[in-house]
Design a protein around this ligand. Structure first.
Ligand SMILES: [Zn+2]
Length: 92
């Protein structure tokens, strides 16, 4: 899915750089946490559940908030047409 930021003043649209890779990274981390939990990879260390939970939840946070994190940087820029700084996130 492509994301666009639209200037609320003049309607200028700018494409948001893809952050799909980071989303996959989040899914990968969550999955890794699940695997650690199931396979008990770190059971001998005594922290298996902690490690699994940390992996899982950091992956979840990346997956859920990457849109917010990625677009907050893009939103800081000025519109090249009208120098406005109010952007609206659109999906197409
Ligand atoms: Zn503008």
């Amino acid at each position: 899915m492509a994301y666009f930021l639209q200037c609320q003043r003049c309607g200028f649209k700018v494409k948001v750089k893809s952050h799909l890779g980071l989303k996959f990274f989040g899914v990968f981390l969550a999955f890794a946490g699940y695997v650690v939990y199931k396979a008990r990879l770190f059971l001998s260390s005594g922290f298996n559940l902690e490690i699994a939970a940390t992996l899982f939840f950091s992956g979840l946070v990346i997956f859920l908030f990457i849109d917010v994190i990625a677009t907050s940087q893009e939103k800081a820029q000025l519109c090249p047409i009208c120098r406005g700084q109010k952007w609206k996130l659109k999906t197409r």
